[in-house]
Design a protein around this ligand. Structure first.
Ligand SMILES: [Zn+2]
Length: 277
């Protein structure tokens, strides 16, 4: 009896071990009545069940989109009618074919023609809006900064904004702002803050509110000012990575891993842009 029990435990443990290797954290949260937040590991999208079809956003990747499509099928019998790509970076914009034949696919004009093997039906310049099943979707181009084809989507009447990578709720900015002009990036955050919304669904991190986007800009402005002051005083980047602590933000996500990288990226940008002289 004892031996058999031990055998069972061993088998169970092995079973857990092998499934853990492919364990992907996926979670759907209902943010307001018809607006949902889907998290796949560290990436998030938004989908909306309108009265006449489902509007989805970034597929994230093939497995995520396949899983989400099946889950949406459990929530509603309505088809997916619209797909909005926040921008073309592959970690958000991959696997859209898993959503099936979606009649309306919307990107910014600057998105590549071959985005995600899906042919966009709408490419817009500054603003685009459409209404479906009692919801209105207001899409706004955020300008260059993080990427060159970034758009924010606001859903009415829910007043929920979906904003990817440009700003996240209570979370530091991505590493050293790779490949980006940080002043342009800050302009993107200002454009987000100029939008009228209550709830923020970020492409990363937890859901938040308008104030979180505003605080994101305050963080960037304080970081910029402190790093610029240090560079003007002749400090090295390594010295600034040690001294610019941004302690007000130590409870934000990624503070321990990305604070020094944020300092480094800001310093690089300020040096390259000639702001120091
Ligand atoms: Zn991106």
């Amino acid at each position: 009896m004892m031996k058999r029990l031990l055998m069972t435990l061993v088998v169970l443990t092995l079973g857990l071990g092998s499934s853990q290797a492919q364990d992907v954290k996926r979670e759907i949260t209902r943010v307001t009545g018809d607006v949902y937040r889907f998290q796949n590991q560290f990436h998030v999208n938004m989908f909306v069940v309108t009265g006449a079809g489902v509007v989805v956003t970034d597929p994230i990747n093939q497995a995520a989109a396949k899983w989400l499509k099946a889950e949406i099928g459990k929530i509603t019998e309505q088809p997916i009618t619209h797909l909005i790509y926040s921008h073309s970076h592959g970690d958000h914009a991959s696997g859209g074919t898993e959503y099936g034949e979606v009649p309306n696919v919307i990107t910014h004009r600057n998105a590549p023609e071959d985005i995600d093997l899906v042919e966009p039906t709408v490419r817009f310049d500054d603003q685009y809006s459409f209404s479906v099943g009692g919801k209105t979707f207001e899409l706004t181009y955020l300008g260059p900064g993080h990427g060159s084809d970034m758009i924010a989507t606001v859903v009415r009447p829910d007043d929920v904004a979906f904003v990817v990578d440009v700003v996240s709720a209570k979370r530091l900015f991505y590493r050293d702002f790779p490949g980006s002009n940080v002043d342009h990036w800050m302009d993107q955050v200002r454009k987000v803050n100029a939008l009228d919304f209550d709830v923020l669904i970020g492409g990363h991190g937890s859901a938040g509110v308008k104030r979180d986007a505003e605080q994101g800009l305050v963080y960037l402005e304080e970081l910029r000012a402190e790093v610029l002051q240090g560079l003007k005083a002749g400090k090295t980047v390594d010295q600034l990575k040690a001294s610019v602590k941004m302690e007000k933000y130590k409870n934000w996500a990624a503070y321990d891993t990305w604070r020094a990288l944020n300092v480094e990226g800001m310093a690089r940008h300020l040096n390259e842009s000639g702001a120091v002289n």
